[in-house]
Write a protein that binds this ligand. Structure first.
Ligand SMILES: NC(=O)c1ccc[n+]([C@@H]2O[C@H](COP(=O)([O-])OP(=O)(O)OC[C@H]3O[C@@H](n4cnc5c(N)ncnc54)[C@H](OP(=O)(O)O)[C@@H]3O)[C@@H](O)[C@H]2O)c1
Length: 267
């Protein structure tokens, strides 16, 4: 597998921290050429410098909520190395608030970032993949893309939407050489709760035990690399724990799932 990514051009959004950063290191170590995107250019430059082959890495800052500007970023990304082979849609935020306390604007904001930005980039990149009869969309969903738990309605809705959209896309383009892999991570140790949005549009900013005890991002990146290599349709990422059990129970015994959930209030 060490050579599986040699000279493949991989564009990663959300590459300035957490899962995207760890994936950049794992892919650079395997010889991939990388395009790193997120808003914070200085953090992208730091990640680039820490990659095993920084000379094979380009930084392309973007704001995923700038829907009018995203299409143009695709043309820029393709021009950087002359092609894109794998697009990893990974940038995003989570949300922490009860449905009753969540403004509709917060739902729109999460949907814009965690769902619409992915499909805008996908639509703009698809002609490039189709013309080459090759390409791979990798999409970071979440266990929350398959189940629903308290305090995450906006986030879970956006992540569920990704499954619908990308399952349809796979069904449409798989015979044209294009792959789609949807990742469903459980708790991964990253800074995700620090930027989480609250019901009134504020920032959650808190640390959480579940994330602090989460699966290490570098190990998650190794699992993601395997899933990409195999072209797995849908891959659970994380440790074999209660999140994976929840996916299983939801699939086969959905009435039981709600009884397994802890209290309805945040800790
Ligand atoms: N950690 C978990 O337990 C977990 C579990 C399931 C799924 N996930 C998913 O994994 C993905 C990565 O999250 P993470 O855990 O690695 O969290 P993270 O460390 O907070 O990373 C989030 C990334 O998204 C970027 N981002 C945020 N808003 C953006 C915007 N408006 N435009 C462009 N980029 C933006 C951030 O970069 P900038 O701030 O530089 O823009 C950062 O690189 C997300 O899709 C998340 O939903 C995480």
């Amino acid at each position: 597998m060490k050579q599986a990514f040699k000279d493949k051009v991989v564009w990663i959004t959300g590459a300035s921290s957490g899962i995207g950063e760890a994936l950049a290191y794992a892919l650079s170590a395997r010889g991939a050429k990388l395009i790193l995107s997120s808003r914070r250019e200085n953090e992208l430059e730091r990640v680039k410098a820490n990659c095993q082959q920084p000379e094979q890495v380009k930084v392309l800052p973007l704001d995923l909520t700038d829907s009018a500007g995203l299409e143009a970023k695709v043309a820029v990304a393709i021009a950087l190395f002359g092609q894109v082979d794998i697009m990893v849609h990974n940038g995003g935020i989570t949300q922490r608030s009860l449905v009753a306390d969540t403004d509709i604007e917060v739902h729109r904001r999460v949907m814009e970032l965690d769902y619409f930005s992915y499909i805008i980039l996908t639509k703009a990149l698809l002609p490039h993949f189709l013309s080459r009869r090759s390409g791979h969309f990798v999409v970071t969903s979440s266990v929350m893309g398959k189940i629903g738990t308290p305090m995450r309605a906006a986030y879970a809705a956006a992540k569920h939407a990704l499954h619908g959209y990308f399952d349809c896309l796979r069904a449409e383009v798989s015979l044209q050489g294009i792959k789609v892999t949807v990742l469903t991570p459980g708790y991964i140790r990253t800074a995700i709760y620090q930027s989480a949005v609250t019901g009134d549009g504020g920032t959650f900013g808190a640390v959480s035990q579940e994330i602090d005890n989460g699966y290490p991002a570098d190990k998650a990146a190794e699992q993601i690399v395997k899933a990409i290599s195999k072209g797995t349709y849908e891959a659970y990422i994380g440790r074999l724990g209660e999140e994976r059990l929840a996916l299983f129970v939801n699939r086969f015994l959905p009435n039981l799932l709600i009884r397994m959930m802890p209290g309805r209030e945040p800790k």
